[in-house]
Design a protein around this ligand. Structure first.
Ligand SMILES: *Cc1c(COP(=O)(O)O)cnc(C)c1O
Length: 357
């Protein structure tokens, strides 16, 4: 039996979107390939409210996260972490020989604009990374406030991980001054895994040109120059099947309307938070709780493992806590194409299983 996915990636994918992946194959050097990839980039620019170029990578989001920190740091990177995915960005730096410092907040808390200001004011750093929505804790950073601070440091390249928020929450790349905004296909965009997406500013590309040892497959300059020279074709063979699904899904997203989509995500989040507070508690502070997933504090000491096993028999999957939070929390994703009916159905099922009232 198929389990409906309420896990924070991969997420439930609509059948008609899945079916687009069986579109007959085309050559990756054909005019059709150029058109497909050009259309996708144009649509993604609308989704991210940007005039910047868009790069697609046949990798997961982590591929472009690694690319960004490696290709764009000359002096030293300031990596802000509020959980596992922030930590990962720091590991990517050190394993690539990029000088970087990690600034970690307590689990469940945000990166504050004050922290960012204090760190950048040392003038030691020429790149900063921020996790917009930390999927391991269900905390959403105040991106707009942070961006105001980063703007005071015009020589710093601003990289943001929006892997589990883009497509579910409004992210205005140009207004926020984000140089590299990264996401993956399998989260709030509602597609299977296998594609990474980023927007990239002109100044980021110009800076990357001055940096040595950018690698090969994930060299942002090579990706950028190739799509410019070859009309949106990529240096190596991309995941064309997933691109068909992405192109189609972006049309579906605009058909729903971006504002409607963001509103639907907020409604699902608010409903889930009220439920979580009624029967358990929220792991994140209410004002920084994620809009695309809710991390529930396991105040009743239930076995999350057993709950998920029974849910599985009934056709649902949720997520346990991440890492050290495995049994202390559980996570319910409410992103992509899930709606209020799905969420209510899931939460009612949990109430029944646990005899909550
Ligand atoms: C899932 C996730 C990632 C990793 O993305 P992959 O596509 O699995 O490489 C990075 N950051 C955040 C916030 C995520 O949720």
């Amino acid at each position: 039996m198929h389990k409906k996915l309420f896990i924070p990636g991969p997420i439930e994918v609509k059948q008609d979107v899945l079916e687009r992946m069986s579109t007959p194959m085309i050559g990756h050097r054909s005019k059709d390939a150029s058109k497909l990839q050009r259309d996708i980039s144009n649509k993604l620019r609308k989704l991210f409210f940007t005039n910047n170029e868009v790069l697609l990578s046949t990798s997961s989001g982590s591929g472009l996260m690694e690319a960004a920190i490696r290709c764009l740091t000359k002096k030293r990177a300031a990596v802000f972490s509020i959980g596992s995915f922030g930590d990962r960005w720091h590991e990517m730096a050190t394993t690539n020989g990029v000088e970087a410092d990690l600034f970690k907040s307590e689990l469940g808390k945000i990166t504050t604009p004050e922290m960012v200001n204090e760190v950048l004011s040392t003038n030691k750093y020429d790149l900063i990374t921020i996790t917009h929505n930390e999927t391991s804790t269900g905390v959403m950073n105040p991106l707009e406030e942070i961006s105001k601070v980063v703007k005071k440091y015009p020589d710093v390249i601003f990289c943001v991980d929006t892997v589990s928020s883009a497509g579910g929450v409004k992210i205005e790349v140009d207004k926020l001054g984000i140089d590299v905004c990264i996401t993956s296909s399998q989260k709030a965009l509602g597609l299977p895994p296998g594609l990474a997406i980023c927007t990239i500013s002109e100044r980021a590309i110009e800076k990357a040109r001055t940096i040595k040892n950018r690698g090969y497959y994930l060299d942002l300059v090579q990706l950028y120059d190739t799509i410019k020279k070859k009309d949106y074709q990529y240096p190596s063979t991309p995941n064309i099947s997933l691109m068909y699904a992405l192109d189609y899904q972006l049309d579906r997203i605009f058909e729903e309307g971006l504002e409607n989509r963001f509103k639907r995500h907020l409604e699902m989040a608010e409903y889930t938070r009220v439920w979580a507070k009624k029967y358990f508690d929220l792991f994140a502070d209410k004002e920084h709780a994620s809009i695309t997933l809710t991390t529930v504090k396991n105040t009743r000491n239930i076995s999350v493992k057993d709950l998920n096993a029974i849910l599985g028999e009934r056709g649902f999957a949720i997520s346990n806590g991440y890492g050290e939070l495995k049994e202390k929390t559980f996570r319910i994703a409410h992103m992509a194409d899930l709606d209020m009916v799905d969420i209510k159905e899931l939460l009612l099922e949990i109430e029944n299983i646990l005899n909550l009232q």
